[in-house]
Design a protein. Structure first.
Length: 361
């Protein structure tokens, strides 16, 4: 036999012949292949899903065309269904199975798994937090091919908005109910932030390695003592240890400080230096405010807290003569703006927003 003929015969013998249903499936995927590898993979996955659904029906009912007097379920046709794919809902043919006595529907496990919508809410939350608007949500979805995308649903701005609201409500409920018994904090930040016309009191914990953990969120008209006390009492009720010393970082609000001292046994309070600087300069003319701000920043950068406090008290005495309101604002809680310096953390990495690096400890 000539070599070329021998080689051809060997190849033909080694290549398996594809079954007819697989050959037809590959032909159907030709259009998806032209749209890209991901679209091809999606088309293939949907055909695999249909095969899995068919196998589920066989397991529940038995092989088609075979009489089985002991069977407990029977085929009941098919109907349009929806499964979750790439942040959207995609149409598929859903096989139906009923009990043999026709008293109820029998669930198809594979369809139940792929029809769940929890993933849609998670994807909507992630994309919205990444600043993708409801209107632009479809632009952030993976390409799945024209045929699939044209029949997909669940990507309208109203649907995305509903999922985002539901997911954030669920996340907030989990946050407010989390057990804090095993949580060990080195610092607690409490502050009120303005959102539209509302004031929200936020509690943020910091662990020894610098990890920031949201702990609580409450809405109130202002940063009043009762709202903040409720927030801190809720932390205690959820297991946060309030009997040991804890560094608590606050802004200049007296209500926050009063609530902290009521709930915590040994709070070590650090007032925000930036808030103090703003409170003072807001009571001064622009020319004087600029000079006072420079002196306050220089004092806060001083590594010796006693020297820093002396410099700030000297500035307050100078302001007494012409701007007594600014002087009083500077003196109010002055020592508590230097707490971290007195803790002798060298270098003072607790003043940083980012977690400490090994070289900065």
């Amino acid at each position: 036999m000539p070599k070329d003929t021998q080689r051809t015969a060997t190849i033909d013998h080694a290549t398996p012949e594809l079954p007819q249903r697989v050959t037809v499936a590959v032909a159907e995927l030709a259009g998806a292949a032209r749209e890209g590898l991901l679209a091809l993979a999606v088309g293939t996955g949907l055909q695999v899903l249909q095969a899995m659904l068919a196998e589920d029906v066989v397991r529940l009912v038995g092989p088609k065309g075979r009489h089985n007097p002991d069977r407990t379920a029977v085929r009941h046709g098919a109907e349009p269904g929806l499964v979750t794919l790439g942040g959207r809902r995609v149409r598929v043919r859903r096989p139906r199975v009923r009990t043999a006595d026709s008293t109820g529907e029998v669930a198809v496990p594979t369809y139940q798994a792929f029809a769940a919508t929890e993933l849609l809410g998670q994807l909507a939350l992630e994309r919205m937090l990444a600043k993708l608007s409801c209107r632009r949500y479809p632009a952030g979805l993976e390409p799945v091919g024209t045929a699939v995308a044209s029949t997909a649903s669940g990507t309208s701005k109203s649907a995305i908005s509903r999922r985002f609201v539901a997911r954030t409500e669920h996340a907030l409920a989990e946050l407010l109910a989390a057990d804090l018994t095993s949580l060990e904090l080195v610092a607690l930040l409490v502050d009120g932030i303005r959102v539209a016309e509302h004031t929200c009191v936020v509690a943020l914990g910091i662990t020894i390695d610098g990890t920031k953990i949201p702990l609580a969120l409450a809405e109130g008209a202002t940063e009043n003592t009762s709202v903040v006390t409720d927030v801190l009492t809720g932390l205690r009720d959820r297991g946060l240890d309030t009997t040991r010393p804890l560094l608590v970082v606050l802004d200049g609000a007296k209500a926050l400080r009063r609530a902290v001292t009521e709930v915590f046994d040994y709070p070590v309070i650090q007032r925000c230096q930036l808030h103090k600087l703003r409170n003072v300069t807001d009571r001064l003319p622009d020319a004087v405010a600029s000079t006072a701000a420079k002196r306050m920043r220089a004092a806060y950068r001083n590594p010796d807290p006693l020297v820093a406090q002396a410099e700030l008290e000297a500035l307050a005495r100078e302001l007494d003569r012409s701007h007594p309101g600014a002087a009083a604002s500077l003196r109010e809680g002055l020592a508590e703006t230097l707490t971290i310096g007195r803790l002798a953390c060298h270098p003072p990495w607790l003043e940083r927003c980012a977690p400490p690096t090994p070289s900065s400890r």
